[in-house]
Design a protein around this ligand. Sequence first.
Ligand code: GLC
Ligand code: CA
Length: 494
Amino acid sequence: MIERWWRDAVLYQVYPRSFADANGDGIGDLAGVAQRLEYLEWLGIDAIWLNPVHPSPNVDWGYDVSDYTGIHPDLGTLEDLARLVAEAGARGIRILLDLVPNHSSDRHPWFRERPDFYVWADEIPNNWESIFGGGSAWTFDDERGRYYLHNFAPQQPDLNWWNPEVAPEFERILRFWFDRGVAGFRIDVAHAIFKDRELRDDPVIPGLGMRRRYSMFRPETHGILRDWRALAGTYDPPRLLLGEAYSLDVEQWAGYFGDGDQLDLAFAFMLTHADLDAEQMRGAVADVEAALPANAWPCWAGSNHDIGRLATRWAGGDDARTRCALMMLLTLRGTPCLYYGDELALTSGDVTAERIVDCATPSRDPGRTPMPWTPGGGWTDPWLPLTETSRNVEAQRADSDSTLHFTRHLIALRRRIPALRSGRYQEIAAPEGAWAWRRGDDALVALNLGDDPVEIGAIDGSIALSTNRSREGENISGNLTLAPSEGMIVVAKA
Ligand code: GLC
Ligand code: CA
């Protein structure tokens, strides 16, 4: 019997440079994360996903890896990571790293020493475009006199997975970290690892632009995921594979779970990209529920280092709406992944043009600004500006009405009530603007995302958590009324 610990877990994404700075150089680091474990344990999360921590020229802030088994000196050392894994483990918190198998940095020694690890052509062979803009995905390399492929920045050459010597390198990398107690990996662009062997043109659909059929989403990628799942399963407990399988086509996305033999979890971006609107979100969740194979488990997120913060994207900075969003993420069937600061209803930061460091346009920096620990921020000269600190950990920890305390209660409730983790998702009738669902027999979640008060009928139970905290403990038999931007979890009376 495989122990799928991640199905009960709450994940917490840490962008390492922006979370906590232990040595005061303005860059968050691994020792900083270790210092904040007390906070994370208090909050109640089960695992931390760290964005790439490896040596990197930082063209794409760690997603251009130049050494897959090292630690970036800005972030610490291998010993710091070992200490973090051990100290987190002592608090029941697991550590996940980020695997970047689609491409390396052009400064990885492979790029010079093993050109056969990359994808080359004498002339630009097709219409593939870089995801980061700027035109063709092919760049001329002066030294070799040929073009190489980069689905992302030119400094991120794509690996050639058709070369049978590439896969063993990544199995070695996985083992290296699994042997050191790393609990699993988030897999970067898990849908793109293999490219079309014949490098065929991507289809261009009038009005819709380019459809990435040959530069991504190749069937051979599933074989790689299967091999990694088998490898992860040889560890005790099994290591987790969480995929950034970026397809909004729900059937295609569901394919990355395979027959329960590929990804353990995949981010459900259909929900992430929906508006915080009852109709859109309930539709996205219904699609995911319908498409998922029996063995599969979605991962829900509203924020990340690419798309920015849910408090801004979904809630326009409104704390009540942010609480509704958090309540939803934590009570859908699946594993929630919070992004550092979501628990504070932290909004996107202000990064002026001169301070932008991202290689992509539009810049993703506003979603990557430092975690505000204190009313003053708690940072000295941080690498990205920290301008807005009104929502900070110190103030919210001291205030039992804060979103931080709300989130902590939500996590605790999820832990206490098994139906909120594993109960079947079943949507129930709700007026326009509202969205309500049962989890198993014992729990019900109701959100009013519209502008008018609503009533939801035939409810029996007591309010275990409400977004404004004032109605907890109230018994309901019959109609449940919800003000605009109000959400409630109702559980069966004990
Ligand atoms: C993924 C990462 C993103 C990165 C890109 C290239 O989409 O989330 O941050 O820039 O892959 O590695
Ligand atoms: Ca530091």
